[in-house]
Design a protein around this ligand. Structure first.
Ligand SMILES: Nc1ncnc2c1ncn2[C@@H]1O[C@H](COP(=O)(O)OP(=O)(O)O)[C@@H](O)[C@H]1O
Ligand SMILES: O=C(O)C1=C[C@@H](OP(=O)(O)O)[C@@H](O)[C@H](O)C1
Length: 285
């Protein structure tokens, strides 16, 4: 019986970046990473990883994800894991959380194991920690990628405080500016008291205000332009802000305003037009 499965997971945009306080919030975006995992019961523990379409990206995370699942079940299988992605990498769209979700889920599928959501999320987060790709575990990003929709989380306790949907049917514009990623954790932690203000708005469902405020705060701390989000709003975006630790910015708008907002953002770099995702991660083959 061949042990092989394919799974997808979603990118996620940031409403509240959890690095300053441990509490965060994110929402699913319909850009997917696809992972195919094939297992061989040969007792050799030889795991091969292939990152299609991104030759510069090492397979360390995806090999770690498969290893952590096999170790969890005490199996010494060999494996081949292949990923391909629509998600810009190292950009603040949580490609690492999405990839961990997709590879762990595909490995569970290949094993024919019962789909235990929390176990899959935790093995994915463990893998991201093992590869030093996260500060808080990014449980906000991981759950938004896995379940879709909006999640509001305590990343330290790994608790979902709230799940929700945006009240409007919105398009998601993603700006990939020509700016270098800068993960200065100590500067981000200086924002704690102010991010708490934004988080309280998020907890009561004022997601547009929370996303904008969070973006201004983190862009200021990380020396990214704050004017970009304001340009988006000036051109009818309902909200806009830095996503994660950047450099990507996101803008949410109604369909009829896409061209206007896109034009405003394009002077800063490449713009991807996508939409909200409510499907999350799933096994597709
Ligand atoms: N499609 C993919 N295949 C394999 N590894 C990936 C893929 N996408 C992301 N990764 C891993 O995640 C890392 C990027 O994650 P991170 O630094 O957290 O940035 P972000 O989450 O903002 O995209 C990459 O360096 C790589 O290790
Ligand atoms: O590493 C972390 O703990 C986090 C990383 C950030 O996302 P990116 O990795 O996408 O920048 C942030 O949005 C998230 O709330 C917490």
């Amino acid at each position: 019986m061949d042990m092989k499965a394919t799974a997808v997971a979603s990118a996620s945009g940031t409403i509240i970046n959890a690095i300053a306080t441990g509490n965060g919030s994110a929402f699913g975006i319909n850009l997917k990473v696809k992972a195919t995992v094939e297992l061989f019961d040969d007792g050799k523990n030889n795991i091969e990883g292939v990152v299609k379409d991104n030759p510069k990206v090492k397979p360390n995370l995806i090999k770690r994800c498969v290893k952590n699942v096999l170790d969890y079940f005490g199996l010494n299988y060999s494996a081949k894991v292949i990923t391909e992605t629509q998600i810009p990498i190292k950009s603040g769209l949580s490609s690492s959380s999405a990839t961990s979700n997709a590879v762990v889920l595909a490995t569970f599928g290949a094993l024919g194991e019962r789909i235990d959501d929390e176990l899959i999320l935790n093995l994915g987060i463990k893998s991201s920690f093992d590869e030093k790709l996260t500060v808080t575990g990014a449980y906000d990003d991981a759950t938004a990628s896995y379940y879709g929709g909006i999640t509001v989380t305590d990343n330290i306790k790994r608790k979902i405080l709230k799940r929700d949907k945006f009240k409007d049917d919105l398009k998601v514009l993603i700006l990939i500016p020509n700016l270098k990623k800068n993960v200065d954790v100590s500067r981000m932690k200086l924002l704690k008291d102010y991010v708490e203000v934004a988080f309280n708005e998020c907890l009561i469902g004022n997601y547009y205000r929370a996303l904008f405020l969070n973006g201004i705060l983190y862009a200021s701390a990380l020396n990214f332009p704050t004017s970009i989000a304001i340009d988006a709003i000036e051109n009818s975006a309902v909200t806009s802000g830095l996503s994660g630790t950047g450099p990507s910015y996101i803008a949410l708008c109604y369909e009829e305003d896409v061209e206007k907002v896109k034009k405003a953002l394009e002077k800063y770099g490449m713009v991807i037009v996508s939409e909200l995702d409510y499907r999350g991660a799933e096994i597709i083959g």
